[in-house]
Write a new protein. Structure first.
Length: 281
């Protein structure tokens, strides 16, 4: 009885120990699931914070880039406006200088006329030559200004034309590349279709040849069985059977020759239509 009690205690202790291990494993699995959920939540929160920070950085960079672009545009317009103001100032200064020079030249001309009336003719002639030289110089200066304006305008037009030509070349290259890629894809599709058609034709030809061979073999087997049955009859029937077999052989050879001729003709037609189909494809 003591041994029996010890065995019962051992069994109950083993069952209690197993139950404790199961409870502990269940508790560990629950802890692991809760830890995994917390880890997933933490990773999702970290990824979301990183995404929000990245979006904020992108927005900040976009704002900085936009402000920089606006500043660059304002700086360019300011520089162009300064250049325009400088050109206008130089034009106004040149106009004032030209007017003053014109007034001085008029005074000099009147003074030369007065001196010509009082002095000798050769001095008046010299002054006229000087006035003509001065007028030619003023005309050259005006022509040089007009030439410079036309030269700047032509340079701007040339730059615009070069940009347009480069843009057109890029567009043409892109169009040619797209057309070439479309041609390659179409060529691959056609090649695949040709391969499939060849495989289908070969499989059909093999099926037809196998079916003809099987029919011929079955027909030969039937003739052989019929010959064995006819051998058991009388001699007269044997002679008649031989004669009939000879006749059937002759007809069979004729039919085989006709069938072979028909099959060759059929193969020639098929080859002709196959070549036409390949040439058209």
């Amino acid at each position: 009885r003591c041994f029996y009690d010890q065995k019962i205690l051992q069994k109950s202790f083993g069952l209690w120990k197993e139950w404790q291990t199961v409870c502990r494993e269940r508790e560990l699995s629950l802890r692991a699931e809760s830890h995994y959920r917390h880890f997933l939540c933490g990773s999702i929160l970290h990824a979301w914070r990183a995404y929000v920070c990245q979006q904020q950085e992108k927005r900040n960079k976009y704002c900085v880039a936009e402000s920089h672009a606006k500043k660059q545009k304002l700086l360019r317009t300011w520089r162009c406006w300064l250049v325009y103001v400088g050109v206008q100032r130089t034009k106004r200064g040149m106009q004032s200088v030209a007017l003053a020079f014109r007034e001085r030249s008029c005074l000099r001309i009147s003074w030369a006329v007065w001196r010509r009336q009082h002095y000798q003719k050769h001095t008046g002639h010299k002054m006229n030559i000087l006035a003509l030289q001065h007028w030619a110089q003023s005309l050259q200066y005006r022509a040089w200004l007009q030439w410079r304006e036309l030269y700047l305008y032509s340079q701007n037009e040339k730059q615009k034309e070069s940009r347009a030509v480069t843009h057109h070349r890029r567009w043409e290259l892109q169009r040619c590349l797209r057309a070439w890629l479309g041609y390659l894809s179409l060529r691959r599709v056609k090649k695949h279709q040709n391969e499939l058609a060849q495989e289908l034709h070969q499989s059909r030809m093999l099926q037809r040849c196998f079916s003809d061979w099987r029919l011929l073999l079955e027909w030969k087997r039937r003739i052989h069985a019929h010959q064995k049955a006819l051998e058991k009859q009388t001699a007269l029937w044997t002679l008649f059977a031989h004669w009939k077999h000879y006749v059937l052989r002759v007809e069979e050879s004729q039919q085989c020759e006709m069938a072979e001729e028909h099959y060759r003709h059929h193969l020639l037609v098929l080859q002709k239509f196959w070549n036409r189909w390949k040439s058209r494809l």
